[in-house]
Ligand binder design. Structure first.
Ligand SMILES: *Cc1c(COP(=O)(O)O)cnc(C)c1O
Length: 458
C-alpha cells in the first residue's frame, strides 16, 4: 500500500467518461449545422474539429450526433476544472438569479473584490498588490502594458521570439508569428502598434549553441535591450514563462530569474503572461513558481473561471495605483457571473488539489512519450511541465521541423475520437492540455490513440 499524502476530494462527473465514436463523423446534425454556419459565420473564424458540441464534462465532449470525444485540449487550456464543474455551475446559477451585470464602474459588487483578494493571495510576491479585471487574455495584456507605461513614464515594450499575446492591435504587435495572427494571403491586419521590440527567447531544443545556459541566453536578450532600445526608454518586458502558441517552449533554467533580476535593477516592469500557464496547469498555481520568480505584474485568463470569460492583471500596488481613477476598466470587465465562476473554480482547484493532479498527468504522459521517443525517429523533444506538455516532431535523424507528420497525427487522433491541438512557430508541435480533472483511465485511452497515431507515421 502506498500512503496518500493528500486528502483531496475526487471529481464528480455527470457524463460517463468514455470515448465512443459511432461510425463516421461529422454526423448528419453536425453537417446540417455546418451548412447553417457557412451562410452566416465569418470564414476568418476557423474550427479545428468538424463536429458541434451538445454537452461536455470532465475529460469528455459529446457531439450532436452521439459521439463522445476525449478532450486533450480543454478549449485551449481553459476548462482545467472540467467544462461543467458542479461548483462552477452552482455558483453561476446562483449569481444569474440575482443579477447578471451592473458594471463595476457604475454600481460595484462584492464578487469583484473577492476575486481580487484571492489573486493577491495566490500570486507570488509578499508585497501589497492590486488587481483589475477584464474579459480576455489580450485585454489583460494590453492593460498590463498601459500600467507599465504610466508607472514608468517610458514607452518601449519588449516581447520575445515565438511569443503569443493575443489578437488585438497591441497584442498582435507583441505576438511573433505572422500567419495566421498578423495577416495572411488576403492581406495583413496592420499597421501594428509602435514601440514594440523583439528579442531572442531561450529555446533549448533549437539553440545554435546547445550548451548555452539560461543565464547566458538571458544576457543575449539583455544586451539587445541595452544596446538597441536603451533602458531609459524601456517600460516593460512581457514573457510567457512557458510559451503557449509558440510551441510550449520551456526556457532553460536561469533564463527567467536572470531577466527578472535585470528588470528589477533597471526599473523595467517584468510582466509574466500566465494566460495559458496559470491556475495549476503546470503543477503550480503559476509557472513562474517553478523557479521562484516574482513578477511585477501577472496577466491571467484561460483557466481562471471554469470557462467563463474573465481575465486579470495582478501586481505591485505602486504600479497599478499609478494609473489615475477612470484610466482602467471596461463595460464587462469583472462581470459578476464570471467572478462567481472564478471563485468556484479556484475552490475546486484547491479542494481537488489540481496542481498535484497536473504533476501526476506529467508523470504518466512523459513516461509514455519518452519511451515512444526512443522507439520512433520523429520525436525531436518531449517537454513541458505538469499538464502543459508537448511533442516537437522532426524529420528522422535531424531537427528539421515536421509539420506534415504533426498534422497527420492530430488528424488520426481526431478520427479515433481524441481531440488534440497543435502549435509552434513551425507548426510541428502537438500539445497536450487535458482538463486537470481527467481520470487516469480516460487519459491513458487518449494516449493509446496518440501513440498508435505516432507509430503509424511512415
Ligand atoms: C491565449 C493567450 C492570450 C490571449 O488570450 P485571449 O483570451 O484569447 O485574448 C494571451 N497570452 C497568452 C500566453 C495566451 O495563451
Amino acid at each position: 500500500m502506498t500512503t496518500q499524502t493528500t486528502h483531496a476530494l475526487q471529481p464528480q462527473f455527470r457524463l460517463e467518461q468514455k470515448r465512443r465514436i459511432t461510425g463516421s463523423f461529422p454526423g448528419p446534425k453536425s453537417v446540417a449545422l455546418n451548412e447553417r454556419r457557412s451562410a452566416v459565420v465569418a470564414k476568418g473564424v476557423a474550427s479545428g474539429v468538424p463536429v458541434y458540441v451538445a454537452d461536455a464534462d470532465g475529460g469528455i465532449v459529446h457531439d450532436v450526433d452521439g459521439n463522445s470525444f476525449i478532450d486533450l485540449g480543454s478549449g485551449i487550456a481553459v476548462t482545467s476544472v472540467g467544462a461543467s464543474d458542479p461548483a462552477v455551475v452552482a455558483a453561476v446559477r446562483e449569481q444569474v438569479e440575482h443579477f447578471t451585470h451592473t458594471c463595476f464602474m457604475v454600481t460595484p459588487y462584492e464578487g469583484y473584490i473577492a476575486v481580487a483578494e484571492k489573486l493577491a493571495e495566490l500570486t507570488p510576491g509578499d508585497f501589497e498588490k492590486r488587481t483589475v479585471l477584464f474579459n480576455s487574455g489580450a485585454e489583460a495584456v494590453e492593460n498590463a502594458v498601459k500600467v507599465a507605461r504610466v508607472a514608468t513614464g517610458r514607452t518601449a515594450v519588449v516581447a520575445f521570439d515565438h511569443a503569443y499575446h493575443g489578437r488585438t492591435n497591441l497584442t498582435m504587435a507583441l505576438t511573433a508569428k505572422s500567419l495566421p495572427y498578423k495577416g495572411g494571403p488576403a492581406g495583413n491586419f496592420g499597421p501594428f502598434a509602435s514601440e514594440v521590440y523583439r528579442v531572442p527567447m531561450s529555446y533549448p531544443f533549437r539553440e545554435e549553441n546547445p550548451s548555452i545556459s539560461g543565464a547566458e541566453a538571458a544576457r543575449r536578450a539583455i544586451t539587445m535591450m541595452e544596446k538597441q532600445i536603451g533602458v531609459e526608454s524601456l517600460a516593460g518586458i512581457i514573457i510567457e514563462p512557458i510559451q503557449g502558441e509558440g510551441g510550449f517552449i520551456v526556457p532553460a533554467e536561469g533564463f527567467l530569474p536572470t531577466l527578472a533580476e535585470w528588470a528589477r535593477e533597471n526599473g523595467v516592469v517584468f510582466i509574466a503572461d500566465e494566460v495559458q500557464s496559470g491556475f495549476c496547469r503546470t503543477g503550480e498555481w503559476f509557472a513562474v513558481n517553478h523557479e521562484g520568480v516574482v513578477p511585477d505584474l501577472i496577466t491571467m485568463a484561460k483557466g481562471i473561471a471554469g470557462g467563463m470569460p474573465l481575465s486579470a492583471v495582478t501586481g505591485r500596488a505602486d504600479l497599478l495605483d499609478a494609473v489615475h481613477p477612470g484610466g482602467l476598466g471596461g463595460t464587462y470587465g469583472g462581470n459578476p457571473v464570471a467572478c462567481a465562476a472564478a471563485l468556484a473554480a479556484i475552490d475546486t482547484m484547491t479542494d481537488l488539489d489540481l496542481s498535484a493532479r497536473a504533476r501526476r498527468i506529467e508523470e504518466i504522459v512523459v513516461a509514455r512519450l519518452r519511451k515512444l521517443q526512443s522507439e520512433t525517429g520523429i520525436i525531436g523533444e518531449v517537454r513541458g511541465r505538469g499538464a502543459m506538455l508537448a511533442i516537437e516532431f522532426v524529420m528522422p535523424g535531424s531537427k528539421e521541423p515536421n509539420p506534415v507528420a504533426t498534422k497527420a497525427i492530430a488528424a488520426a487522433c481526431l478520427e479515433e475520437g481524441v481531440i488534440i491541438l497543435t502549435c509552434g512557430t513551425y507548426g510541428n508541435v502537438v500539445r497536450l492540455l487535458p482538463p486537470l480533472v481527467i481520470g487516469e483511465e480516460l487519459l491513458n485511452d487518449g494516449l493509446d490513440v496518440l501513440e498508435a497515431a505516432i507509430r503509424a507515421v511512415k
